[in-house]
Each structure stands twice: as C-alpha cells, then as structure tokens.
Design a binder for this molecule. Structure first.
Ligand SMILES: *Cc1c(COP(=O)(O)O)cnc(C)c1O
Length: 499
C-alpha cells in the first residue's frame, strides 16, 4: 500500500468516527419492548405538564450497536491512570486499585441511604469511625472531620476552624501568611474566610525564608498555611523553627496535606508542630481523581481545635454502638450534606487496610525512590533551579530549551506524541517555565525509563529540530488547540448541524 492509500484509509476511519453520532434517522431505537398491556397515564398526567418536554430537539435516534460503538469508541479516546502514566506533579495521580471498586459496589454499602436509621447504619458508621482513627494515626493529630468534599474545601473548613479558635480567644486576627510557592487554592481559601493573605518569600534553597517569616509574624497573623514537602518536593527542614516563630506569637500552623504521598508511614505532621491539616484522599489514598468527580478532603486537628469541628461527629455509646453526634455547642456547623462523600471514604479505608502500616510506608519510600530516579536521569538535560534533595516530586525549568524557543508547554505537548500524559506545566510560580513531575509509586522501572527516554529525546529535538516540538502534538486526534479560545469559548456538547 502506498502512503497515499494509507492516508485515504485513515481519513475514512476518522470520517466514520465523526459521523457516528450523526447517523440518526427517525424511528431507530436501541431497544425493543413488547407493547404495554396495562393502562398507563401519559407523562403529562403523571408528572405535571411543566415537566414534560414537547420535543427532544436534535436527540439522536440510533440502533443499539451504533450507540454501543459510539460510547465504546469515546472511551478509547480518553487517557487515564488505567491507560498510562500520569506525571502531574502536586496531583498524585496514582493507581486506583480495583479492589477498592469491588468494595465500593457491595450492595449493603452502595445501597445504604444516608437517612436510614442509625440502628441500620452501624456498618457504615463503623467504616467512617475506622477511617477516622486510621487517618488520625497516620497524621499524628487528635481528631478529624471527614466531611469536606475536596482539598480546597478542606482548606476552607480548616481556615474556618482557625477563625473560630481565634474568635474564642477574643480576636479573630486579620492575616494569613502563605509561602510564595503555594498552590493557588491556599490564598483563595484564606480570603474566602475573610483573611488578608501575605506572601512569605522562599530562600535560595526553595524553602521558607525564616528571616522574612520572622519579620511578618505578628499578633494579627492567624496562621501560616504551609505545604510540606512544599510544591518543589522539598521538605521544610526548618519546620521546628517555623513552628516556634508562629506559635510564640499566638498563630497556628495550617498544613496543606496534598503532598502526604511523600510522608505517610515515615513522618507525621502532628509530630512536627502542625495544628490543622487537610488530606486529599483522591491523591494520597488512591481514590479516583479528576474529571470533576467526587473527592474527599478530611481535616485533622489538634485538641485545641476539636471543639469547633463540623457536625456531626461519630460517637461511641456505652454499649459499643455508634451514633452521630450533633450536640457540639462550639461547632462551625456543617460544611457538606450528611457525612461526606461516603464512596470515596470507603475506597480510602479499603486502600489503607489492604496495605497495612508496612505497605503504606513502602508506598511512600517507592514514590520517593521513583521520583529521585527520574530526577537523576533528567538532571543533565533539564535545568533544576533548586538543587536541595527532593521527595516525591521535582520541578525542572525549561531554561536550556528556551534558548531554542521551546518552552514548557511545547515539551508537554510533544510528550503526548510519546504516549505520556504531560507533567504539570508552569507551576509552582517561583520557577519560570516549570516542568513539575511526580511519577508516584505506581510506575515500574521500565515505565520510568521509557518516560525518561522520551523527555531526553525531546530535549535533543528542542536543540536539533525545535520545529518538531513547537508544532506538537502530531499523533493526536486533534492537533494543537487554541488554548485561549478553549478557555474563553469552550464547546462542551455536541449540537446538531443547523439545517
Ligand atoms: C491538589 C492540591 C490542592 C487542592 O486540592 P483539590 O482536592 O483539588 O481541591 C491544594 N494544594 C495542593 C498543594 C494541591 O496539590
């Protein structure tokens, strides 16, 4: 076959894919049911006419095989943790063990209703209680709420707790200090709770500048919001000194726990001076992540913040049964309906129990080993602006490639051609042209080598044939998109062609 023939055939395939949703013709249906033999009120009588559409404009009428092929084909256009490595730094896109899904689908759990009586919910309550205990132990704190639905929601909840604590002391205080390497949700969460945010500089090591922190820390500062290890993947070695500066002037330490994949089983935030932190179960504890699906951002606290936790908490009765406790006079109230995203919490507990203490520690060590291995393989080809030892992720810059006009976004797009999901682009902001890479413990050495080879190959291309990188991706269904238009005028659903 000539190249031309191959291209013609490929064009035919893509035409066919494009048209499948438009194969509609009146009267086609994807099911066959026998005629009704019982009287049935029309939908208008059953529901009320205001709930009945006069027509389904443009809704496709297709056969069963067409609809099956359509959705099956769409599923193969996706990239996900089940199809390949996901390098997103700060995101911890680890493998979601399938055993979690089996557990989450057990009838007694998936059909449990949040309004069923406590006497029929003892198993569910026990799951929430056991998860609470495990997480409190892992982070070294005293109490926890499982309610928040995501990391950012946990941050807001944590800051509400900080505010409630200071109000109780007589002064809610005005400011929250946040290192300049922080995730954007940190200042947003502090601001939403009414605090003014003040940026703390990083030093040349990439960690908190203690002199600057000392200067900023006064009696109007409610808390320092810290990520540890920080978004460069570097552990704050001076965490004890940081804690002393903040605590001595009455402030609290909030820790963003998104990077707990570097600490679980090795180091506990409660032991290094943290007063309140959130966890991202959809990151560290392997529950599905992304696409806007449910997550969970439990918030763990030291004793001094416990009275303010959201209601309900879980209480153990004298007879050993469990109950939801609402009678907590100093609570900040509810932050979410019922007890949080139960299915996510359940998967996290399954993951913790399946691994056990030893397994969790091993995951952490493997995550760090994988990341350091990748760092060592890439160090020569990519600039590493902060050279301090890193844990589960590391951040390169595009400085060498930028000399040839190739930037981090271009390298990311070229990586797609090599079959990998891009790393995190242009974050943290303190690194210009950042490539932030977190392989997690899930990837094998073979996969890490393929990935390193791909990035090294792209570095060579940037030098020798930059145009190849600048025009990537070449192998995808759609080529380089207009990102501004995609953000400003997103087209999120299929519409029938205008007649
Ligand atoms: C992911 C992340 C968050 C926000 O968590 P969500 O669950 O996405 O709301 C906050 N901080 C850091 C460092 C993160 O990586």
């Amino acid at each position: 076959m000539s190249d031309q023939d191959i291209q013609k055939a490929a064009r035919h395939v893509s035409q066919n894919e494009r048209l499948i949703f438009e194969l509609s013709s009146p009267g086609k249906a994807a099911y066959q049911l026998p005629p009704l033999d019982v009287p049935l009120a029309g939908p208008a009588e059953a529901l009320g006419p205001e709930y009945v559409r006069a027509e389904l404009a443009g809704f496709p009428e297709v056969s069963e095989i067409e609809v099956v092929r359509h959705f099956t084909r769409l599923s193969t256009w996706n990239y996900g943790v089940d199809t390949g490595a996901y390098l997103l730094g700060s995101c911890t896109m680890k493998y979601n063990p399938k055993i979690n899904e089996v557990v989450a689908r057990l009838d007694g759990l998936s059909n449990a209703h949040p309004c069923q009586p406590e006497s029929l919910s003892q198993g569910c309550l026990r799951i929430l209680r056991d998860l609470s205990k495990a997480l409190v132990e892992i982070v070294g704190m005293d109490a926890i709420t499982l309610q928040p639905a995501a990391g950012a929601h946990g941050e807001m909840t944590g800051m509400l707790l900080v505010r409630a604590y200071h109000e109780r002391q007589g002064n809610p205080r005005k400011k929250v200090l946040i290192p300049d390497s922080a995730h954007g949700t940190n200042p947003a969460s502090a601001a939403i709770v009414g605090y003014q945010t003040v940026s703390v500089a990083s030093n040349s090591e990439g960690t908190v500048d203690l002199v600057h922190l000392d200067r900023l820390m006064d009696e109007e500062v409610a808390a320092l919001m810290l990520t540890n290890p920080n978004t460069l993947g570097i552990f704050e070695r001076q965490i004890t000194a940081i804690g002393e500066i903040v605590h001595s002037r009455g402030g609290l330490i909030y820790m963003d726990g998104a990077n707990m994949n570097a600490l679980v089983g090795v180091s506990r935030p409660g032991d290094f001076g943290v007063d309140v932190l959130h966890l991202n179960l959809h990151k560290t504890f392997s529950t599905p992540h992304g696409g806007g699906g449910p997550g969970a951002g439990p918030v763990a606290v030291k004793k001094i913040l416990e009275p303010f936790l959201p209601v309900p908490l879980i209480r153990e009765n004298v007879d050993g049964s469990l109950a939801l406790e609402f009678d907590r006079p100093q609570t900040i109230g509810r932050v979410r309906a019922f007890c949080g995203n139960f299915g996510v919490l359940l998967r996290a507990l399954a993951y913790i129990l399946a691994n056990g203490a030893e397994g969790l520690r091993q995951s952490t060590e493997d995550a760090v080993l994988n990341s350091v291995y990748l760092r060592k393989r890439l160090e020569g080809a990519y600039d590493l602006p902060y050279r301090a030892p890193t844990l589960h992720e590391c951040v390169f810059s595009d400085k060498h490639q930028a000399r040839h006009g190739v930037h981090t976004g271009d390298i990311a797009k070229r990586l797609i051609d090599y079959g990998f999901h891009p790393y995190t682009v242009s974050f943290p902001l303190i690194v210009s042209g950042a490539l932030m890479i977190e392989p997690t413990e899930s990837e094998s050495k073979q996969e890490l080598d393929l990935l390193a080879d791909a990035l090294l190959s792209i570095a060579r291309e940037a030098e020798q044939e930059p145009q190849t990188v600048l025009s990537a991706p070449h192998s995808t269904r759609l080529r380089r998109l207009d990102e501004v238009q995609a953000a400003r005028r997103p087209v999120l659903r299929w519409k029938p062609a205008q007649e």
